[in-house]
Write a protein that binds this ligand. Structure first.
Ligand code: PEP
Length: 254
């Protein structure tokens, strides 16, 4: 049975005080949640304070990126050990905004994934196609390249500690979501790609989230799909009630 994971990516939103307030509201609302992993990813700046809020609760902490080097002259960057020290358990990697605006490539994602796993943390590996790629017929090539790139050199045991977030770029922050069928078909393809690399045991064990304008009103339909095991949530993660409504939809789909 795969673990459902609902992760809130707060992106570059909320001051530290606002982050603490939102984290407290999520912790309170998530108290009865038993079968779904609830994860929140504040900014780096708010991570330490939010860590204090989630400590000892069923809400897990994530960050939105990390650098692949251990330390040194890398202005503006943060290492895996630094976030691990704060109690971070998940690291979102390869988000399309990182790829689009900050030069993230499959090679840098792969290095970050390896560092994350070596530290005993779990990467949430984001993949997804643009609208032009989908319409141009290269959807499968793009996703296969992203998956094989991210997992290059990873053992089966490593792969079992990863999470994939399939996020069609055209659905992120746009209010347009993939239909249940589109998302299911694509996620089944992603799982089959993992199967090609690692075989059925791994492919059937890996949590594959959907991300892209998931909201309380479309979450249940998406989360009922066979190959959708949770969500990576942007906009709707910034309000505790919307986020928890999605968590509840996941809990009811388990
Ligand atoms: C995201 O950024 O990962 C995301 C899915 O954002 P949104 O929910 O706002 O589309």
């Amino acid at each position: 049975m795969r673990k459902y994971i609902i992760a809130g990516n707060w992106k570059m939103n909320k001051t530290v005080a606002q982050s603490v307030e939102l984290a407290k509201a999520v912790v309170e609302a998530a108290k009865g949640i038993k079968n779904t992993e609830v994860v929140i990813a504040p900014t780096f700046l708010a991570t330490a304070k939010v860590a204090d809020v989630v400590k000892g609760t069923n809400v897990k902490l994530a960050v939105q990126d990390v650098h692949f080097e251990d330390q040194g002259a890398f202005t503006g960057k943060v290492s895996v050990d630094m976030v691990k020290d704060l109690g971070v358990e998940y690291i979102i990697l390869g988000h399309s905004e990182q790829r689009q605006y900050f030069g993230e490539t499959d090679v840098s994602v792969n290095k970050k994934v390896k560092k994350t796993l070596a530290a005993g943390l779990k990467p949430i590996i984001c993949i997804g196609e643009t609208l032009a790629e989908r319409q141009g017929g290269t959807l499968e090539t793009v996703l296969r390249t992203q998956v094989t790139g991210a997992y290059a050199g990873l053992s089966e045991a490593d792969a079992l500690n990863t999470v994939i977030a399939y996020e069609p770029v055209w659905a992120i922050g746009t209010g347009v979501t993939a239909s249940d069928e589109q998302a299911q078909d694509t996620q089944a393809f992603v799982r089959s790609t993992v199967k090609e690399i690692y075989g059925e045991k791994v492919s059937e064990s890996i949590t594959i989230q959907y991300g892209g304008s998931m909201k309380p009103d479309n979450a249940a339909g998406l989360l009922k799909q066979k190959d959708i095991d949770g969500g990576l949530i942007g906009g709707a993660a910034l309000k505790a009630d919307l986020f928890i409504a999605i968590v509840t939809a996941a809990e009811q789909s388990v």
